[in-house]
Design a binder for this molecule. Structure first.
Ligand SMILES: Nc1ncnc2c1ncn2[C@@H]1O[C@H](COP(=O)(O)OP(=O)(O)OP(=O)(O)O)[C@@H](O)[C@H]1O
Length: 261
């Protein structure tokens, strides 16, 4: 695995083993923002909760990436097109919850996603992979396929410990399977600069992870929370919201960070 060349598209795994920190929200809105800037973007829902699938208004009808791994569906059959065809999505379903067991005996199982993505990665500029809140088979597949990792975190002290743990997992996976793997950025979500706790967590993250911490943060914004209920990204749902402004700036910084990796 380690000697395989990187995928043509910049492939970023969006991970955090903690739930509810903004992985799906960030994947959807960064993906939509990048596509509005003219990039060809593929979003992959790798979470059996299928929140991304719902957040972009898709009803997957049970389809998921496991269908591709098992040879039941082709890429063309699996991919959905949204936002006037400007974004491609691989949906998920609860069936993906048994992937760990279903693929337990498959040789080089940690490289399944990377192997399959190689067939389509030249069709895209960016591939963003929304991972489940666990560091199991699915997240490891994302880390083996990716060249970068986006780590959304909440401005809480326990996030510091969580990020350190994930950084170690990235180091181990990188060493074993994917030497080019690096942190694209740690993105502080639901940030309120008026709160000293939030500023202190940001400061400590910067002390520990230096330039890996995004300068741009995402504020808590009701429109961001509402948009998935309508199957829309923030730019479509409320283009004038603070959420849209924050994610637009996050996209610019994301592109700069990707171009340096
Ligand atoms: N900046 C924000 N402002 C307001 N609400 C937000 C913001 N970011 C995320 N949320 C809300 O927080 C909840 C959790 O977000 P999200 O589903 O993106 O987290 P997650 O890390 O993907 O969760 P899981 O680990 O369960 O997959 C959602 O209801 C989402 O709408």
């Amino acid at each position: 695995m380690a000697t395989e060349k990187a995928l043509a598209a910049k492939t970023v795994a969006v991970i955090n083993q903690k739930g509810g920190v903004g992985k799906t929200t960030s994947t959807v809105n960064i993906g939509a923002g990048l596509s509005r800037l003219g990039a060809r973007v593929l979003l992959i829902d790798l979470d059996p909760q299928a929140n991304l699938t719902a957040a972009v208004g898709q009803n997957a009808g049970g389809r998921c990436i496991a269908d591709l791994f098992q040879g039941g569906l082709t890429w063309e059959e699996l991919l959905a097109r949204i936002n006037d065809n400007s974004l491609a999505v691989v949906p998920s379903s609860v069936r993906l919850a048994s992937a760990e067991v279903d693929f337990a005996t498959v040789p080089s199982r940690e490289g399944l996603l990377r192997k399959h993505l190689a067939a389509v990665s030249d069709r895209f500029d960016f591939i963003l992979i929304d991972c489940p809140p666990a560091l199991g088979f699915l997240t490891i597949n994302a880390l083996v396929a990716a060249s970068g990792v986006l780590l959304p975190v909440l401005p809480e002290f326990l996030s510091l410990q969580g990020v350190s743990g994930i950084a170690e997992v990235i180091r181990v996976i990188g060493k074993r399977f994917n030497p080019g793997l690096d942190i694209t950025g740690i993105l502080i979500n639901r940030f309120d600069r008026r709160k000293s706790l939030h500023r202190e967590v940001q400061q400590r993250l910067k002390e520990r992870f230096d330039s890996r911490v995004f300068e741009q943060t995402v504020r808590d914004n009701v429109a961001v929370a509402e948009a998935p209920g309508y199957g829309l990204d923030i730019f479509t749902y409320r283009p004038d919201s603070v959420g849209a402004k924050d994610y637009q700036a996050v996209c610019q910084e994301f592109i700069r960070r990707c171009s340096r990796q």
